[in-house]
Design a protein around this ligand. Sequence first.
Ligand SMILES: *Cc1c(COP(=O)(O)O)cnc(C)c1O
Length: 284
Amino acid sequence: MNLQNSPIQKVKFNKFEYYVKRDDLLNNDFSGNKARKFYHFLVNDFPNIKKVVSHGSAQSNAMYSLSVLCKLKNWNFEYYVDHIATFLKENPIGNYKAALQNGMKIFEKELAKKFDENTLFISEGGAVKEAKLGIEKLAKEIEFWANENQIKKLKVFLPSGTGTTALYLQRYLSFEVMTCACVGDEEYLQKQFEYLENDNFPTILKREKKYHFGKLYKEFYEIHKELIKQTNIEFDLLYDSLGWLVFEKYVKENYDENTKYLYIHQGGILGNTSMIQRYIYKYD
Ligand SMILES: *Cc1c(COP(=O)(O)O)cnc(C)c1O
């Protein structure tokens, strides 16, 4: 599998111009920041490994991407969750359905504490140091583009879950990387950074109010639809709606005409199918 340089596209949203790094278009099956984070496992050889074990939610983008990786590598994939909603079990959809089709074995029970030498354990959301390799590649693509276009001042934004992508992007990029917390609060995100590295952290922009991950918010659905209308790009509902709310507010309050603003689209569109169902049911 060849993960080509993803394109960077100029869009206008509301009053401002932005560039969007289309990592959602990296590859049909293996895209977004999970493709970047798992790149190390894709391109290196692991002769001893027969199985990957991970854990998290039954709708996770990381779960789906790992199922693709395991299929490509001919590895078994075991995934542990606290709970699978009965509705989802009876009506598989989105990431869950696709991961099952890729051969994932899912368990509603606690994760073992130790694994044998033939097992590769990947912590929830792909928050692992090995994520460096693919994210360094992402940084290089951005540097190359900025150079080519003689962009001297650039602010880069991407919303965070575990914060792994934003953290390593800042590590390898000469421009400022900004992010916001989508899972947990700003304090949690800061701790995540510290868990992986000691310094050189991205800037965390504060959210207007508290949001709970996976809950439905009218303003998330509205900005999602507005983004499609104005930019013709579908963004993720869990991270990008909040990401755009935070980034747009920042740009509005700090606009500088000599600075370019780059938003990283981190994929996750397959996960939208179940979210959109819930939004339509609630608001339309
Ligand atoms: C996983 C994911 C994130 C969060 O990435 P982290 O590296 O955990 O911060 C953001 N957006 C999308 C679309 C994702 O799938």
